[in-house]
Design a binder for this molecule. Structure first.
Ligand SMILES: NC(=O)c1ccc[n+]([C@@H]2O[C@H](COP(=O)([O-])OP(=O)(O)OC[C@H]3O[C@@H](n4cnc5c(N)ncnc54)[C@H](OP(=O)(O)O)[C@@H]3O)[C@@H](O)[C@H]2O)c1
Length: 325
């Protein structure tokens, strides 16, 4: 038997309950993993509260990422005892996820634990950190260099935003962090933000083109905030857009694209090809300083997940939330 957080649907509401399950309940897969850590991401918040149509089939074990040790494997790439990390591929959405003591998956979904990381560190990073790294790589591939000017990070107190601030600062970029929570100013500065921009400034209506302020941006918010940012990007600059914490619409014009050559780069971590994600994990292991793992967030138990899931949707969770299984 093993412990799991199980989501079930009752009268169109989602119920989250801790249950003891038999291993035979686990879905198909060629690798059985003893899960040591998972983490709470915005998407987990949507799944656990039922506020987003993330899950189609119940019962479901949530948890879009996890790390642990292989217990059994019929795949030649993994053996019992190997340390592994998993993010994305629809795990925790349409395949049972990491908020359980055991998980069974396809070997294709796993990444061998990068050197320098362990289960705990890899889940402090988690899907949010991987996404932040993919965003940084996108900006760099688009030619955005530190000497071109400041990089804006929206939703900076969140999981993706806070890791993005840390990574950009480590790579020598000047970072302007956008937050709706002034109380997080000092913490964001300790992560590497050079200045703090109030979210309210970016919620003001945007003209088609505004003063050119930013060489690039990592946007986790979408909607009005992203629309405003696009009008302030410098000539030939780029925005890596990965999130919708403020909404999924984009009320913009073509002006930044056709008159300033601004590039809008979509970033997805879920179906990201294995080669790209393995490289990103190695970069994360190398770039993140030891202090990051102490200051990045909080550690909670499985029992606390439903309450925190509601808080992350309300925008009240700061940094990363590690779940000890
Ligand atoms: N594309 C991908 O593969 C991928 C992967 C991971 C996450 N995501 C998406 O990226 C976004 C961030 O994820 P996360 O895990 O970092 O979530 P998170 O920890 O909740 O962070 C989101 C942050 O956005 C800000 N925010 C919240 N509500 C807002 C609003 N209404 N308007 C403006 N800003 C708001 C808050 O920061 P402040 O308080 O500092 O303003 C909040 O901390 C989510 O939409 C998530 O679905 C996408």
């Amino acid at each position: 038997m093993f412990k799991a957080l199980v989501l079930e649907q009752q009268d169109k509401n989602v119920q989250a309950t801790i249950k003891q399950l038999d291993e035979s309940a686990l879905p198909e897969g060629d690798v059985l993993v003893s899960v040591e850590y998972s983490s709470l991401n915005y998407k987990d918040g949507l799944a656990v509260t039922g506020k987003g149509k993330i899950i189609r089939n119940y019962p479901m074990v949530p948890g879009i990422d996890y790390a642990g040790t292989v217990l059994e494997s019929s795949d030649q790439h993994y053996q019992a005892g190997d340390k592994v990390v998993l993010t994305g591929w629809g795990v925790g959405e349409n395949h049972w996820g990491g908020m359980a003591e055991k998980a069974r998956v396809s070997a294709d979904y796993l990444v061998p634990m990068p050197e320098g990381l362990d289960s705990k560190k890899s889940m402090i990073i988690g899907t949010a950190g991987l996404t932040a790294m993919l965003c940084v790589n996108s900006l760099q591939e688009a030619g955005v260099e530190p000497e071109q000017g400041e990089i804006l990070v929206t939703g900076a107190s969140g999981g993706v935003g806070s890791v993005a601030v840390t990574l950009l600062s480590k790579l020598g970029y000047k970072v302007a962090a956008v937050t709706g929570r002034p109380q997080n100013r000092e913490w964001l500065q300790s992560l590497g933000a050079d200045r703090i921009v109030s979210r309210d400034e970016l919620l003001e209506p945007a003209r088609p083109l505004e003063k050119q302020l930013w060489a690039g941006c990592i946007d986790t918010v979408g909607s009005q905030v992203l629309a405003k940012v696009l009008t302030q990007i410098k000539y030939d600059g780029a925005v890596a857009a990965c999130g919708l914490a403020g909404g999924f619409d984009l009320p913009t014009t073509v002006m930044p694209f056709i008159l300033r050559g601004v590039k809008l780069l979509g970033v997805d971590s879920v179906m990201c090809p294995t080669e790209k994600r393995v490289k990103a994990w190695e970069q994360l292991a190398e770039l993140l300083p030891e202090a990051f793992y102490q200051d990045a967030g909080q550690e909670v138990a499985l029992e606390e997940v439903p309450e925190l899931a509601a808080a992350i949707i309300r925008g009240q969770v700061t940094g990363r939330t590690l779940i000890k299984i």
